[in-house]
Design a binder for this molecule. Structure first.
Ligand code: ADP
Ligand code: MG
Length: 310
């Protein structure tokens, strides 16, 4: 396939989606998924994750904007775009009367994968379903079905694999197995995108995480930075006397002087609590007359929410 190696795995530019004139599911989203990453798209239910994935899959028409996969524009070059991506949808969908081997053969046929390149046996082995090759799909456990769907998405050996909430309703053991396989694919050169509403899950697997909320992209950072940011909290403190030099103690992450008697102090929730921050300020010789917690921004609120939900 032609396409410059410098191209992103996925590029989304100003994509907006309005369903039936009412809900704005996506609002001018810009997103670049670099090649070779495991990329997390994090957001609460209803944020717009599946809408974005379904647009890339060609299942939902966007209202505005453009998108490309592996350098292929989804509107101008839909065939190559489609061939470059494998998608595991949120809902488990396949015919219960076909066996896993048949399911993969049919999928290969749909994608025009040549007979000699058919990878049915190899894929079944990869998702540990070789023993179930000839069982009816309806007799598979939920976890086995999920793995079969991953195999199905990889039939045409796409360079990009997207998993939409792959662990919804999946137990811990299976989650591990699924992640092992995702890591294997990634090690083999596949760019992986997964959506989830759990920060922990994204944190464990992803190199980079973007956060979407109410159809808007509100963060897009390397995982480490994002997780660090989620630990920071700020208090605004007014003291009795003018401050000559802002105090600096180990309890503070960052101190900013807002006016003669007001400080904004950033601290890390994982290291100290607000009480300890105020005590440290008192010990530095300042009489506190007013304290307010800074209005947490959307990112903080969302990150706190997702952390407790996990
Ligand atoms: P997520 O996958 O992050 O949970 P979705 O993309 O499924 O979010 O949904 C985003 C918003 O779009 C929600 O408000 C949802 O109700 C709405 N929505 C999703 N699909 C449709 C649809 N087919 N018709 C109308 N509204 C939809
Ligand atoms: Mg969804």
């Amino acid at each position: 396939m032609r396409s410059g190696m410098s191209e992103a795995a996925i590029r989304v530019e100003n994509v907006t989606k309005i369903y039936e004139g009412t809900t704005k599911a996506l609002d001018a989203v810009n997103l670049t998924v670099p090649r070779g990453t495991i990329f997390g798209l994090l957001g609460p239910n209803g944020a717009g994750k599946s809408t974005l994935i379904n647009i890339l899959a060609g299942l939902v028409n966007k209202t505005a904007g453009s998108a490309s996969i592996w350098g292929f524009d989804i509107d101008r070059d839909p065939r190559n775009a489609k061939a470059s991506i494998g998608i595991v949808n949120q809902e488990i969908t396949f015919d219960p009367f076909f066996t896993p081997a048949e399911t993969l053969d049919i999928q290969a046929g749909l994608y025009g994968v040549a007979r000699k390149k058919k990878r049915t046996a190899e894929l079944l082995k990869a998702v540990r379903l070789e023993d179930k090759a000839d069982a009816y799909a309806r007799t598979l456990s939920g976890g086995m079905k999920r793995r079969l769907m991953v195999a199905k998405a990889m039939v045409h050996a796409p360079p990009v694999l997207v998993l939409d909430e792959p662990t919804a309703g999946v137990d811990i053991d299976l989650r591990r197995q699924l992640w092992d396989y995702v890591r294997e694919l990634h090690a083999g050169g596949v760019t992986v995108v997964l959506t989830t509403h759990y920060l922990e899950e994204a944190e464990e697997l992803c190199d980079r995480i973007a956060i979407i909320n109410h159809g808007k992209l509100i963060a897009d950072k390397p995982t480490r930075e994002l997780v660090d940011m989620a630990q920071e909290k700020a208090v605004v403190v007014t003291v009795e006397n003018d401050i000559a030099t802002p105090p600096d103690t180990a309890a503070f992450e960052k101190v900013e002087q807002l006016d003669a008697r007001t400080l904004s102090i950033t601290y890390r929730k994982d290291k100290v609590n607000a009480g300890e921050v105020l005590t440290a300020l008192g010990e530095a010789g300042h009489n506190i007359i007013d304290v307010s917690t800074k209005e947490a921004d959307l990112e903080d609120v969302f990150l706190n929410l997702t952390r407790t939900a996990a």
